[in-house]
Design a protein around this ligand. Sequence first.
Ligand code: NAI
Length: 329
Amino acid sequence: MKDPITVSITGAAGQIGYALLFRIASGAVFGPDQPVNLRLIEIEPALPALNGVVMELDDCAFPLLREVVPTADLNEGFRGTNWALLVGSVPRKAGMERGDLLGINGKIFTGQGKAIARNAAKDVRVLVVGNPCNTNALIAMNNADGVPKERFFAMTRLDENRAKSQLAKKASVHHSKVTNLCIWGNHSATQYPDFTNAKINGRPVADVISHVEWLKNDFIKTVQQRGAAIIAARGASSAASAANAAIDTVKSLITPTPAGDWHSVAVCSDGSYGIEKGLIASMPIRTIEDGKWEVVQGVPVDAFSREKIDASIKELQEERDAVKDLLPK
Ligand code: NAI
C-alpha cells in the first residue's frame, strides 16, 4: 500500500463539501490503491455540523480512509497537505456589491494562502472552488510565499462539462464525443465557452451543428447562465455537479491528457494568448504527467473569440484591481 495522500478541504460542512468528501474517501479521485487523510476546515459556528459529517464518514468504513481531522485552525487544517481544495467562501448577500464580496473573501484567502505556505507539504497543489474563484486563487497564490505559482488553480471545469453537455444534446450525440472544449477567462457570466475549437466525434462543431446563430448566442448564454438556472430550479446552487467538476479537475491534473485533447482550468497566465501575465485565467491545459502541465499553444483565436476572451480578461483585471491591497508587491 502507498503512503496516504493528505487532502485539505475548506467549507467541508457545506453543500459541495457534502458531495465531495465521500467520493474522495471512497477512492474515486486518487484511485483504489491510494489511502487518503482528510483535513476538514470550517469556521467555528459550522464545527457541530462538520462533526456530523465526520460521523457519517466513520459510518462508511471506507477502506482507503485513514485519518480525518475536523478543525477551525488553519495551521492544523493545512498541515502536511498535498492537495488543498478551497471550497468555503462567503456567499453574496442581498445589497452586497461585487467589490464587497471580493474584499470579504479576499481576507479569507490571504490567511489561507499564508497558512498553506507555512504548513503544507512541499508538493502542495491548490484548487480554488469558492467564488469569486479566479480572484480568490490570485490572492491565495500571492500570499503563499515560496509555493510555486504553477501549483494554483481555479475551477472552470463545471463550465466545461456544462458546455460539452449542451453541445452533445444539440448534436444528439453522447457527451463523451465532445472534445477540445476550452473555457476562457473568468468563472463568471463573462466566461467564453469556445465552440470554435471544440470537436464532436473529431469534427469541428460547426460541421456538425450548422445552426451558427445558436452557437454564438443561445449556447454561450446557456453555459454562462447555467448556475443561475440551477438556483432557479433547485432553490440552491449547484453542489453535486460542482463537486464532480472538482474531482474531474484533480483527476485531469494527475493523469496525462489524451493526445490531441485539452481541459479547462484557470492557471496563472504566462502571457499566452495575450492574457496579462499573473492573472488567474482559464485556458486550454494539457497534463504531461502528475505534477507537470502546460498551456496548449497554437489554438486558433478568431475575431469573435478574441472579443469574448478580452471581455472576460478585462473583468479579471478589474477584480484584481479591486483587491490590489491584498496582493503583496
Ligand atoms: P455552502 O454555503 O453550502 O458552504 C460553504 C461552506 O463554507 C459553509 O459551510 C461555510 O461555513 C464555509 N466557510 C465559510 N467561510 C469559511 C472559511 N473562512 N473557512 C472555511 N470554511 C468557510 O456553499 P457551497 O454550495 O458548498 O459552495 C461553496 C462555494 O463554491 C461558493 O463560493 C460557491 O459560489 C462556489 N461554487 C463554485 C463553483 C465553480 O464552478 N467554481 C460552482 C459552484 C459553487
